[in-house]
Every structure is written in structure tokens, then in C-alpha cells.
Design a protein around this ligand. Structure first.
Ligand code: HDE
Length: 769
């Protein structure tokens, strides 16, 4: 099994401790040996249709994988055949008329091989083209705390996927950037998609969210305009995967409702350190519905087990060149190393009466429900633990649709959500060219399917019987409709009485209140990041009137100081007075700030580079390395060239990476052990650059013994190495132990500095990296 091989390989090369891996792979082998039937697969023996399993009873976290096993193909030890099963004797030479003659039409193998190749590509997603996906499972918590108003989750919803703590529902989650094409870079400034397909026993539920809780626009009708403005210009096809061009900011400057979203997009939220280090949001208000048909409103939240963490702008641009797959690779790497990233699912619950009280409309997707008003209640956890076998079959072909809901989950009238309910179904027809996209293995539900929708391009199922219509008497009128008590989906019977009207509700007009709330809630370094981002994005806008509108019409209605600071960097006259619509409130909500949310209690999965050359101090290396690994850090030895490095005492260590194959931007922290090797390091431009750039990007740095000489050589601004000649000194996330005597305490200080992730107090402007 390829998973096992990868696991073994990773264990051999990655010197960190795997955090316990699922044993699903063994069970998979078992079920292949059993011809695909396992204890959980209920009725598939009886109906005998491969792939249409009847696992409505006893779904567990393996059910989807068991189903996928039925279509997995493994060529190990097999002979090459054509698509039609005929063995092939030569796949390198086409059939020719004579040794040096022309190719013959009769060559069925050539024609088949080439046709298949010519048709290999399918249209990429019009948005969210680039992404990656992994398998996992979701499990509700036992007795979640829902506050005073509700005792248990069944009062809110009848959806078993959310209520039954014994039920592990398999999931597939795809993370994505929005704007860039399939081949663009991961670390661009953009929203990230966070889409999860829950293969529940009651059918598929797709929670198709983003890592930002609001959206650019209020009505689906505006979506094509938004996307046209942000995608590459229609005349020259540039820029790729970037908002920083006239058309996007032109659109934005004319749409005040975009302001709140723009604040988020200019912040660190749009530069996630990893897909597993970001929050996820359902964005829209949805409904939960209980057995009695009563409904409450809900907002869905995903909270990562690893702190929400960001990269810094200079770093993201460099990573885009050094490793454009940075986020995609990270997710596979950690899962294959045995870590299982988790996300807690939380709900904000409010009813119609609460909604009346808010000073915004809960149907307006440019608004959050502040956590200070309605707390997020954790109700379960998703664990991601299995990488796909095949990127195309799983990640590329997975197709989400917000309209995929199960009984107990329902929609609100948010006009953005309502439009999405059409768009996703439609877009899959474009991508797959057939209404049968739901039969593709990754999209196929675990729940049984029976209906009279059939035929069409690439139909897989063989539907038996004569009657494919209802009502019928020939086939006993099967399949029967299921009344609500038997699990039939009933839409929530919301009372609607209104005139047909094409307009924007008055209640959707408050565009600046929450944009200001967001601004107020940022720490000073986060505010500076937003301003720097605005200087970059608007600095790329040629037309001055667009820059002016952004400052005067939008930013100056959020915060006057903010507008002035942006104006100063982009050649726009700073406004003299606050905008007429600027709210005056000074409300804050610390849950909006990445830095304020930080727990900073773990370094699990962080990547730490150790700079080493011949004659290093092996005690310095090993003590720190083992502490970092015990804490879950991933340590890599970086040297001038690959090969074994020899310590002063004769020990050796192999370099994992050389300066040719890696860069500081690909790590979270750096450590320089002492020893005579430092004489060589101070002569290496790459080693000095590594440390300086780490400093510039506000990442933790540590040095023991003579290792501190390298820091001194780099002249880190505000770090007084010369005076740190005794004991352990830790300032601005730079940890030094020049004596190298109390390595244990030194390691602990370093771990604390890494757990902080970034050291915002530094001023990187003087660093020439
Ligand atoms: Fe999407 N969006 N979207 N979107 N969206 C698509 O569907 C669309 C919106 C989101 O990993 C498309 O299968 C409209 C909000 C994610 O495969 C398409 C509107 C949110 C993904 C589409 C929105 C999202 C998509 C393109 C405004 C967060 C990637 C390919 C009414 C709540 C799913 C596809 C994946 C993908 C339409 C707005 C999230 C064209 C019309 C708001 C995560 O159907």
C-alpha cells in the first residue's frame, strides 16, 4: 500500500516523532482481500452493484475509503494492457509500414494512447482553480456546551452528522486560493476556500466556506462582475493571481459594501502560514431545523487546532518563487509524517428575535455576527488524516455544491447563498460535461441512491427494471417517496409574503460599521500590515482617481487615521476630515485579531532549520534538536552542501538541505549551534542571509556558544550580542546562550519563542535581506 510506503519513508527521513497515525491502511488491505466487502458495507452484497453501496447503516470513518477501494487500481506487478484489457507488447514504437516508413492507422494502441492523452485535461474551476484536498472524518462532541438557552444539540437540529457523538462521518476537505489559475502560486494575497464534503448516512452535506467570514458583495448577481474585475485583465491576461491591478480596485472603489471584506483581505488572513493554520467560515447565515420542524439561525465556524498563523508579505512573494506549492505540500507532508490536523466545528446560534436586535441584517454576507454578541459553541471536531492517492481523481474531480444539505440543515434567504444554489450545479456541468458528475467516486454518497434520473454521458450505474417514471404501477411505484418521519428532506416552512422586487434591502446599507470594528480590533503591527498591504495593492494602480476613491470614499469612512496613513504611501493627498459616513464607535472584538487569538502553547509541526558545517558542537546540536523534536517540531539540518558534517568530537550528521535547495522563507525558525564551524558560517553569505532574512520576517532565532558570533556578524538591529556574554538572553525572539552551559533552559526559551510564531516588535526596515 502506497500509504504505508510513504509512511515508512517519512519515518526514516523525518527525525521528528510522528503524532500517532490512523491504522486505516491496514483495514483497507483487509477489505481489498475480502473483495471489497467489510463488516460495515451492509447491503452491497445483495444489490451486487460495485460502487453503489448501501451503507446507510453503520457508517464509520472508513466507509468512504472502503467505497473508494472498489475503484482503486494498482498496477504493481501487473502487465501493461490497453484500456480494453488486451496485453501490450511494445508501448514505445508505433506500428509502421517498413522500418523507416509512415505510421499505420491500424495501430489501435497508438490511437488509444494518444486520444486519451489529448483529452486528459478538463476545464479548471472558474474560481478556486488551485487547491489541494485530503480525507478525514468528523465526530460530534458528547454533550456540547450550548449556553443557557439550549440543553442539547437535538433541540437545534435533527442532522445526525452533528448530533450523534458515536458517529464518525467520513469527510473530504479541499482548500484553495480563489483567483489564480491551476498553475499559480500558493502564497498569493487572496481568500482561501475551505470546502468540506461530509459523506453522511443521510446523504452528502457540503459546507463550502472560506477562511474569511464575510464576502465582497451582497447579491449573487454581482459575482461575475467581481470575478471579472479581479481575474487577469481581458486584453493581456495579466496579472496572474493578484488583486493588485486597476480593474479590481476600480470595481472595489465603486462598491462601498466591499469595504469590510477589503479590510480582511489586506490583513494577514489572506496570507495563511498553512491551510491547517487558518479558521474556516460558512459565511452565510444557515438554518438548523429540529425534529419538531422548529428552526434557529446558525453561522458555522472551523477553528484550527494549530493556531491561526500568517506569513509576512515579503516572505510570501519569495516563497512563490522558491516553492510555489508551499501550502499544498505542507498539508501532505504533515499528514504523511503522521500528524493529524484537527479543526473544531463551532456554531453561533441565534433566532429570529435575536436577529431583529442586531444593528445589521443577518442575511447580509458582508457582516459577521460578532463573537462578543453571540459566542461560538464548539460541537464537534474534524480530523484530517489521509492524503489522496490520485490528485486528478480526488482533488480535481471533487465537486462541491452548497445545495447539498441533509435533513436538519437548511438555507437562509441570503441573496448570495441563494445564487450559489444555482451556480455550483451549473459549473459542474461545465467542468464534467455531464449531469452524472455525482457518480464520480469522490462525489458519490455513501448513502443509498434510488431515483429515476438516469442515462446521460458517462452513466455508470445500471438501473434495473422497466418503470423509470412516477407514479407507476408496473414497478410497485418504487422508489417510494420518504415521508419526513422516515428521513425525507422537508424545506423549512418559512412564511414568505412579498412583492416581486429587484432592489437592495435598506437593511443591507450599513457598510462601514463592521469594517471599523475590524480595524479597531487589530493590534498595532496588524494595522501596519494592512497599511503596507494597501500601499502595495493601490501602489500598483495606475489611475489616480481609483486610488483617490479608495482613500476618500472607502477608507476615510472606516477610520480617518487609517485613510491618512494609506494616502501618504500612494501619492494621494491625505483627507483633512473624516468621511461623512465614518462611524464614531470604538468597539473592538479581540476574536478578530490573529495575534489576540493565539494560544502560543505549542510548536508542533513547526519547521526549524539548524545551520551546520564541519566542526560543530554536537552537544549543542543534539540537546536542542531533541527538545525541539520532543515538542513536535520538525528539525532539518541545513548546510552549504549536502553530505555528512563532522562534529568537533567526531560525531556526524547528514545535511537534509543545502543552501542551493532551501531558503529561510521555507522555515519557521533557525538555530545556530556553537563550535568552530561558526568560523566557516561567518564567511558564508548564504548563512548570514539566512539569519538576516529570518529576522526580517520576524521569526525566532537561537544561537548557542560561538553560534552567537554569526548573529553578531549579521548585525541584527536592536540585538546587542556583544553585551549578551553571560547567561541566556532572549530579546525580540532572538535567544542567545553564549556560554552554552545551560542548554536545557536555553532550549525552553527557544521553544517559547517559536510558539509565539512571529515577533512583531522587530523593526525589519534596516535589515538588508
Ligand atoms: Fe464559490 N464558486 N461562489 N464561494 N466557492 C465556486 O464552484 C460562486 C462564494 C467557494 O474546492 C465554483 O465548483 C458564486 C462564497 C469555494 O471545489 C462556482 C458566488 C464562498 C469553492 C462558484 C460564490 C464561496 C467555490 C467554481 C456568489 C464562501 C471551491 C468551481 C454568489 C462561503 C470549491 C466550483 C472546491 C467554487 C460560484 C461565492 C466558496 C463557480 C456564484 C461566499 C470554497 O460555482
Amino acid at each position: 500500500d502506497s500509504h504505508d510506503e510513504r509512511q515508512a519513508e517519512e519515518n526514516a527521513t523525518d527525525n521528528s516523532e510522528p503524532a500517532g497515525n490512523s491504522d486505516r491502511t491496514n483495514e483497507t488491505e483487509q477489505s481489498i482481500a475480502d473483495g471489497g466487502s467489510s463488516e460495515t458495507d451492509g447491503g452491497s452484497e445483495s444489490d451486487g452493484q460495485p460502487g453503489t453501496s448501501d451503507r446507510t447503516e453503520g457508517v464509520d470513518e472508513n466507509s468512504k475509503q472502503d467505497q473508494l477501494d472498489e475503484v482503486r487500481e494498482n498496477s504493481e506487478g501487473e502487465e501493461l494492457t490497453t484500456d480494453h484489457g488486451v496485453k501490450v507488447s511494445d508501448t514505445d514504437n508505433s506500428l509502421k509500414a517498413g522500418e523507416r516508413g509512415p505510421t499505420i492507422m491500424e495501430d489501435f494502441h497508438f490511437r488509444e494512447k494518444m486520444t486519451q492523452f489529448d483529452h486528459e485535461s478538463i476545464p479548471e474551476r472558474v474560481v478556486h482553480a488551485r487547491g489541494t484536498g485530503v480525507h478525514g472524518y468528523f465526530q460530534p462532541y458528547e454533550d456540547p456546551d450550548l449556553g443557557d438557552e439550549y440543553d442539547d444539540i437535538e433541540e437545534l437540529t435533527k442532522a445526525k452528522v452533528l448530533t450523534d457523538p458515536d458517529q464518525k462521518t467520513p469527510v473530504f476537505t479541499r482548500f484553495s486560493t480563489v483567483v489564480g489559475s491551476r498553475g499559480s502560486a500558493d502564497t498569493v494575497r487572496d481568500v482561501r476556500g475551505f470546502a468540506t464534503k461530509f459523506y453522511t448516512e443521510e446523504g452528502n452535506w457540503d459546507l463550502v466556506g472560506n477562511n474569511i467570514p464575510v464576502f465582497f458583495i451582497q447579491d449573487a448577481m454581482e459575482f461575475p462582475d467581481l470575478v471579472h474585475s479581479i481575474k487577469p485583465d481581458p486584453d493581456d491576461g495579466t496579472p496572474q493571481a493578484s488583486a493588485a491591478h486597476d480593474t479590481f480596485w476600480d470595481f472595489a472603489s465603486l462598491k462601498p459594501e466591499i469595504t469590510h471584506m477589503i479590510m480582511w483581505v489586506l490583513s494577514g488572513r489572506a496570507l495563511p502560514r498553512a491551510y491547517r493554520m487558518m479558521q474556516g467560515f460558512g459565511v452565510h447565515t444557515f438554518r438548523l431545523v429540529n425534529e419538531e420542524g422548529e428552526s434557529v439561525f446558525v453561522k458555522f465556524h472551523w477553528a484550527p487546532e494549530y493556531d491561526t498563523s500568517q506569513l509576512v508579505w515579503d516572505e510570501t512573494q519569495k516563497i512563490a518563487g522558491k516553492n510555489p506549492d508551499f501550502n499544498r505540500q505542507d498539508l501532505y507532508d504533515v499528514i504523511e509524517a503522521g500528524y493529524e490536523p484537527e479543526f473544531e466545528l463551532g456554531v453561533q446560534i441565534f433566532d429570529e428575535e435575536d436577529a431583529e436586535e442586531f444593528d445589521f441584517d443577518v442575511l447580509d454576507p458582508t457582516k459577521i455576527v460578532p463573537e462578543s454578541e453571540v459566542p461560538v459553541r464548539p460541537i464537534g471536531k474534524m480530523t484530517l488524516n489521509e492524503t489522496p492517492d490520485n490528485f486528478f481523481a480526488e482533488v480535481e474531480q471533487v465537486a462541491f455544491h452548497p445545495g447539498n444539505v441533509v435533513p436538519g440543515i437548511d438555507f437562509s434567504n441570503d441573496p448570495l447563498l441563494q445564487g450559489r444554489l444555482f451556480s455550483y450545479q451549473d459549473t459542474q456541468l461545465n467542468r464534467f460535461g455531464s449531469a452524472n458528475w455525482d457518480e464520480i467516486p469522490i462525489n458519490r454518497p455513501i448513502a443509498e441512491r434510488h431515483n429515476n434520473q438516469r442515462a446521460g454521458f458517462m452513466r455508470q450505474e445500471i438501473n434495473e427494471g422497466k418503470a423509470s417514471y412516477k407514479p407507476n404501477s408496473i414497478g410497485d411505484d418504487d422508489p417510494q417517496e420518504a415521508p419526513e418521519e422516515e428521513g425525507g428532506y422537508e424545506h423549512y416552512a418559512e412564511k414568505i409574503d412579498g412583492k416581486k422586487i429587484r432592489n437592495r434591502s435598506e437593511s443591507f446599507q450599513n457598510h462601514f460599521d463592521q469594517a471599523r470594528l475590524f480595524w479597531n480590533s487589530m493590534t498595532e503591527p496588524e494595522k501596519q500590515n494592512i497599511i503596507d498591504a494597501a500601499h502595495f495593492e493601490l501602489g500598483k494602480v495606475d489611475r489616480v482617481e481609483i486610488r483617490e476613491r479608495m482613500v476618500y470614499d472607502l477608507f476615510n469612512n472606516v477610520d480617518h487615521e487609517f485613510a491618512k496613513r494609506v494616502a501618504e504611501g500612494i501619492g494621494v493627498e491625505p483627507p483633512e476630515e473624516p468621511g461623512d459616513q465614518m462611524p464614531t464607535h470604538d468597539r473592538e472584538d479581540s476574536r478578530l485579531s490573529i495575534e489576540e487569538r493565539r494560544d502560543a502553547d505549542s510548536i508542533e509541526t513547526r519547521k526549524i532549520a539548524v545551520l551546520v558545517d564541519d566542526d560543530y558542537d554536537s552537544d549543542h546540536l543534539e540537546t536542542i534538536q531533541s527538545t525541539l523534536q520532543d515538542e513536535g517540531g520538525r528539525v532539518k539540518i541545513v548546510s552549504k552542501v549536502l553530505g555528512d558534517k563532522e562534529a568537533e568530537n567526531g560525531d556526524t550528521v547528514a545535511a537534509d538541505k543545502s543552501h542551493v535547495t532551501t531558503e529561510s522563507v521555507l522555515f519557521d525558525a533557525v538555530y545556530v549551534p556553537g563550535g568552530d564551524h561558526v568560523d566557516a558560517l561567518v564567511e558564508q553569505g548564504n548563512a548570514k542571509h539566512f539569519v538576516a532574512e529570518m529576522f526580517k520576517h520576524k521569526k525566532p532565532i537561537a544561537a548557542a556558544g560561538a553560534g552567537t558570533d554569526l548573529l553578531e556578524a549579521v548585525e541584527l538591529p536592536g540585538v546587542d550580542v556583544a553585551n549578551a556574554r553571560e547567561g541566556i538572553v532572549s530579546e525580540q525572539g532572538v535567544v542567545m546562550d553564549p556560554d552554552g552551559e545551560d542548554l536545557e533552559s536555553f532550549a525552553e526559551e527557544f521553544v517559547d519563542a517559536i510558539a509565539q510564531h512571529r515577533h512583531w516588535e522587530r523593526d525589519p526596515k534596516e535589515v538588508p535581506a
